[in-house]
Write a protein that binds this ligand. Structure first.
Ligand code: ATP
Ligand code: MG
Length: 718
């Protein structure tokens, strides 16, 4: 058979990587050099040329969109369905393994996956039941702690506090949290990974089975794996060395979530016979765009160092727009998009990338006004909307009566006269008896514990769930979802809500039915899995994948983080301001600042033909007005790649250079100072000349401020 189509459009290094025999391989290369392409072609090569069964292929990546795209690309190459291959995200695949082997993993077969909001709610409830002050012990901090430990592979029982009071309390809470989750059959995101790892580690037969099954293991974006993910990969491939990884240390952007570039070094040690291939040609971007990215990233010290070149034309200069405020920025961006569309281009070729989800609203509003279809990844995601979560909570409780957070969510939604006192009493009883809220309700009803009113209200709820159970039994998935909308009273409830809002909610519920109808999980060998549970997990794991089908032509809005691995002809990178990008918290910490810079590198390298960067001189975000200065990253991009845009008139003028110095007027970066009005702070930046000398100070109490040196009233402490 002619298989040249698998290698024809590859350069020599890529071809080498695609056709190399199975062994440990590391493809280390910069953005847009064809890493993902190589991975996809290699999968196809293994199947088509070496006769590997699709069943034996495992391929992991980070976002659902990237996984879908990978599947799609393999399918296009091979021209047959990829159902049998395990292609997905770490979380998705871990979930699949846990579902198949729930009892070996000590989980109820109906376990439910919690998103991070649900997780936070469980923690809040936990604090309340333990009578711990959530001001002193912020739930978010506990969540952070628990997830951080899990990412490191550590359970509460592995931790010791060595007399440290803070740690002691955290460990106690971690323990209590584990107990609750186990009781209610709930699994958070970090738990999916940890438990899937423990399952394989502690069940030799299973491990042997999966080792045998997965002949070829591939990982995209390897630089962002965390400890548990790596350990899981290691378990699967140890001794066989059949691990093919691609990555780019300059695109490591999840350090804050426990990702470790160190895994690249671990790999080199653990698989000493590995082969390294570097790809150096970028095929994605124009020369100006690539030059900007290359130059920016040289400002990081901690790099493995790579060459990246292109033989593309210079292309258009990168546009830079300084907006008055965030509305002006959105106005400008949407105006530019219109011009792009008028020139006959497609909407889906355009992406607006931002640092923080909260920035999307401005662009959404403008796009809506101009009637340009768009799709937001992340942000207020479809599955996170209240009405959807309510409907899902009914479904989850239907599947698993011990799912306490779902119980809490819907016991009185829509309102059915179950008061706080009744609920508190149920909670206390459940806690005392170590049973779920549902079980507590049943027992209390049987004992006639409550007053007639409260008792009846509870019975009503119980009846709804029982009816749902009986009536949904023989229904297919989407009919179950439909039934829940009607039986739960949610639809009637929203009908009574103020016109627009209620209507929109009902539309969303209808969309949920459609989603259930279209739901088709790629596991032909997993008939035992229950479609409702798979759908519910999909809703939690793949939130945000719902607005419009993927194939629809609409403008793409997403955070820089979720843009990793993707490419668009026309990219807008917005909000390049100190305090936003780089983010406020990263400014004082070199390691975090470097991570922000890598994120900027990721952003720039998403662009194929046109890149447009903008910042606002004043911005209202999270309800606060600020006057940020332009991001330092702008100064790190070569001037001759950039043109500044004025509205209506394009002026080819380079971005004004501000003289940045380490010291000014006797002050130095890092000096601790005390200001008459703002109190204590640290000098972060100094810039400007003459009367324009400015200093940026991070004040302990009032945050970041720029002050004119000539007028600022502060004195140096150190
Ligand atoms: P990232 O680091 O952003 O994930 P990557 O290294 O995975 O990037 P790909 O997405 O695989 O890069 O490739 C970037 C673009 O270059 C794609 O459009 C791809 O089709 C194209 N490309 C890669 N290699 C070649 C080649 N040899 N000839 C032509 N086009 C190529
Ligand atoms: Mg890639």
């Amino acid at each position: 058979m002619d298989v040249s189509f698998l290698i024809n459009n590859l350069n020599d290094a890529q071809r080498l990587a695609v056709t190399a025999p199975s062994k440990a391989m590391l493809i280390l290369a910069g953005a847009g050099s064809g890493k993902t392409r190589v991975l996809v072609h290699r999968i196809a090569w293994k199947i088509q040329v070496e006769g590997v069964s699709p069943h034996s292929i495992l391929a992991v990546t980070f976002t659902n969109k990237a996984a879908l795209e990978m599947r799609d690309r393999v399918e296009k190459l091979l021209k047959f369905p990829t159902q049998a291959m395990w292609i997905g995200t770490f979380h998705g695949l871990a979930h699949r393994i846990l579902r198949r082997h729930a009892s070996e993993a000590q989980l109820p077969t109906t376990f439910q996956v919690m998103d991070s909001d649900d997780q936070l709610r469980v923690i809040k409830r936990l604090l309340k039941s333990m009578r711990i002050d959530d001001k002193k012990w912020p739930p978010k901090q506990i969540q952070w702690f628990v997830n951080g430990q899990k990412d490191e592979g550590l359970r509460a029982k592995h931790l010791s506090h060595n007399g440290d009071f803070f740690l002691e309390q955290m460990i106690k809470l971690y323990h209590a949290y584990e107990t609750i989750c186990n009781q209610s059959g709930l699994v958070d995101f970090a738990e999916l990974l940890l438990r899937a790892h423990e399952l394989l580690r502690d069940t030799p037969e299973l491990l042997a089975f999966y080792r045998q099954r997965f002949r070829e293991v591939h990982v995209d974006e390897f630089q962002d794996t965390n400890k548990v993910q790596y350990a899981w990969l290691r378990l699967l491939t140890e001794g066989k060395d059949n691990l093919f990884i691609v990555g780019d240390d300059d695109q490591s952007i999840y350090g804050w979530r426990g990702a470790q570039i160190a895994n690249i070094f671990n790999f080199q040690q653990d698989y000493p016979n590995y082969e390294l291939i570097r790809l150096e040609q970028n095929y994605r971007s124009t020369a100006y765009i690539l030059q900007a990215a290359n130059q920016l990233i040289t400002h990081n010290n901690n790099r493995m160092g790579k060459q990246l070149w292109t033989d593309s034309d210079n292309g258009e200069l990168i546009s830079l727009y300084s907006a008055f405020n965030e509305q002006d920025e959105a106005y400008f961006v949407v105006d530019q998009i219109q011009q792009w569309l008028e020139a006959g281009n497609l909407k889906k070729e355009v992406a607006i990338l931002y640092r923080s989800n909260a920035q999307s609203r401005q662009f959404e509003e403008r796009l809506m006004i101009e009637a340009i279809p768009y799709r937001v990844y992340g942000g207020l995601r479809f599955f996170e909307r209240a009405e959807i979560k309510n409907a899902l909570a009914y479904l989850r409780l239907l599947s698993n009566r011990n799912d306490d957070p779902s119980f809490e969510r819907i016991i009185n939604t829509p309102t059915r006269g179950i008061g706080q006192r009744t609920l508190d009493s149920l909670r206390d009883f459940a806690k005392y008896e170590q049973i779920s809220l549902w079980q507590a309700t049943e027992r209390r009803i049987n004992d006639n514990f409550f007053s007639a009113r409260a008792g009846n209200a509870l019975k009503k709820f119980q009846k709804i769930m029982q009816d749902l159970e009986t009536e949904s039994h023989s229904l297919v998935l989407y009919e179950k979802v439909k039934l829940v909308g009607e039986k739960s009273g949610l639809i009637d409830f929203y009908k009574k809500e103020k016109e627009d809002r209620g209507e929109a909610r009902i539309e969303n519920l209808e969309e949920l039915i459609n989603a259930a109808r279209a739901f088709d999980y790629p596991c032909e060998d997993d008939e035992t899995l229950n479609d409702l549970d798979m759908f519910l997990a999909h809703a939690t794991l793949e939130a945000g994948e719902m607005q419009g089908a993927d194939a629809d032509d609409c403008v793409q809005l997403m955070t820089l983080h979720s843009a990793k691995g993707l490419e668009f002809k026309h990219v807008f990178m917005v909000g390049l301001e100190e305090g936003l990008f780089p983010s406020g918290r990263s400014i004082e910490d070199v390691a975090r600042l470097e991570e922000e810079r890598r994120l900027c590198y990721v952003g720039i390298t998403r662009a194929m033909q046109k890149l447009c960067i903008s910042y606002a001189e004043s911005r209202r975000l999270y309800g606060k007005e600020s006057y940020p200065s332009p991001s330092r990253f702008l100064r790190e991009i070569p001037k001759d790649c950039v043109q500044e845009i004025r509205v209506r008139a394009k002026v080819t003028k380079t971005f004004k250079t501000i003289k940045v110095t380490e010291s000014l007027g006797g002050h130095r970066v890092g000096d601790k100072i005390s200001h008459a009005k703002f109190g204590l702070g640290t000098i972060l930046q100094l810039e400007g000349e003459g009367t324009q000398e400015k200093v940026q100070i991070n004040f302990r109490e009032s945050g970041l401020k720029w002050l004119m040196l000539a007028y600022a009233k502060f004195e140096r402490l150190s």
